[in-house]
Ligand binder design. Structure first.
Ligand SMILES: *Cc1c(COP(=O)(O)O)cnc(C)c1O
Length: 363
């Protein structure tokens, strides 16, 4: 059974890449793998737009989020989390597990942060050592401006840590230029791969901070990943080899098309889907177009419609899966993922299917 996934991760994996995933294994301590890892590193440097090497962990995205906290900070450190939704909340939870003192700026779902609030927070709490932010908040579809925060942390000792898990590839990103110190991403979002790998890019300032962290860690210790890569072009532990091999194929495909072209195509499919859903009588969740991302189209279902029933019926009856709302928007929102290779024709079909089941979803 195969399905078109209109979900903001995982996404459908293109046929050419699935064939690579099915190839026989190579060994991760031998020459072919060393060469592969070096090539992938060069491609990932293009994706993150950085001169520094990019680490590859074997984990889902949340593992890489946790890795930023255990490597860059120490117990009792003060940090600021800018919370614009579900995944901002997750940073707070992880920081608290490790005994960090969290200052929170919380914003209503569907809105971005206000930079004046951040400036005031930093003035009031000068001991804040790092700012955590979600680049694209997958619960709401909002893109938060990173460059503006980088301007506050550049030329200071403070670190800027960005969860770019869903935003990478489909939103523009420039680690060095924007002054982001640590950015994480994972394979099952814009990279056209199954879940299993996550990526960590670090600035020189972040690498320096790694030396001062006192939080216990073993599997996540960035020093192991950095040393293994420099000395042997390997990773410290057995990686998800098949996905690493497929990553090379995926990066080749993505970079051949070009990131600017991908972003432009996504923008156009987002606008197409927005228009279709408006015609259908659904409301766009984010009013301010300038903060709408290219990962998913969040729409509020009409008041008399049960959104959970709608997503369940689509999934049961058709070879399509569409995501519903999270948190208080469960049952009230659709999050139509466009991060995979979704076409206008498929959007049209999705709209047809929704029309077909809508009468059964009346409350
Ligand atoms: C998908 C996602 C995550 C991580 O989820 P995992 O299930 O651990 O891969 C984190 N943050 C954002 C913004 C995401 O979209």
């Amino acid at each position: 059974m195969s399905k078109i996934l209109f979900t903001p991760g995982p996404t459908n994996v293109p046929e050419e890449i699935r064939q690579v995933l099915g190839q026989d294994l190579i060994h991760h301590r031998m020459a072919d793998y060393h060469q592969l890892l070096k090539e992938i590193n060069e491609d990932l440097k293009v994706v993150f737009d950085t001169n520094n090497d990019v680490l590859i962990l074997t984990s889902s995205g949340t593992g890489s989020m946790e890795s930023t906290i255990v490597n860059l900070f120490s117990t009792n450190d003060e940090v600021l989390v800018i919370n614009t939704g579900w995944f901002g909340e997750r940073f707070i939870e992880i920081c608290q597990v490790y005994g960090l003192q969290v200052h929170e700026l919380r914003y209503e779902w569907g809105k971005t942060y206000n930079v004046v609030d951040v400036q005031e927070m930093l003035e009031k709490h000068p001991a804040i050592k790092g700012i955590f932010i979600t680049y694209h908040e997958t619960a709401t579809g909002v893109v938060n401006n990173l460059e503006q925060l980088g301007n506050l942390t550049k030329n200071t000792d403070r670190l800027l840590i960005a969860d770019c898990i869903s935003g990478m590839i489909v939103q523009q990103f420039h680690l060095d230029e924007w002054g982001v110190d640590c950015a994480v991403a994972s394979s099952q979002k814009g990279f056209l791969l199954p879940p299993g790998l996550s990526f960590v890019a670090l600035s020189n300032k972040a690498k320096e901070a790694v030396e001062h962290s006192n939080i216990p860690k073993y599997y996540w210790d960035y020093r192991k990943y950095l040393n293994y890569f420099y000395n042997k072009a390997e990773q410290p532990f057995t990686p998800a080899i098949s996905i690493v091999v497929a990553l090379k194929a995926a990066l080749r495909q993505l970079l051949a098309k070009g990131l600017p072209q991908i972003i432009e195509d996504k923008q156009s499919i987002r606008k197409y889907a927005e228009d279709k859903f408006k015609e259908l009588g659904f409301t766009l969740f984010i009013e301010d177009e300038s903060i709408r991302g290219n990962v998913l189209v969040p729409v509020i279902v009409p008041k008399d419609i049960d959104g959970s029933k709608l997503t369940a019926l689509i999934d049961e009856r058709y070879d399509f899966t569409v995501a519903g709302g999270m948190g208080i928007y469960a049952g009230r929102m659709l999050r139509v993922g466009i991060i995979g290779e979704i076409t206008e024709r498929e959007i049209d079909l999705l709209i047809e299917y929704i029309k077909e089941v809508l009468p059964e979803c009346k409350k």
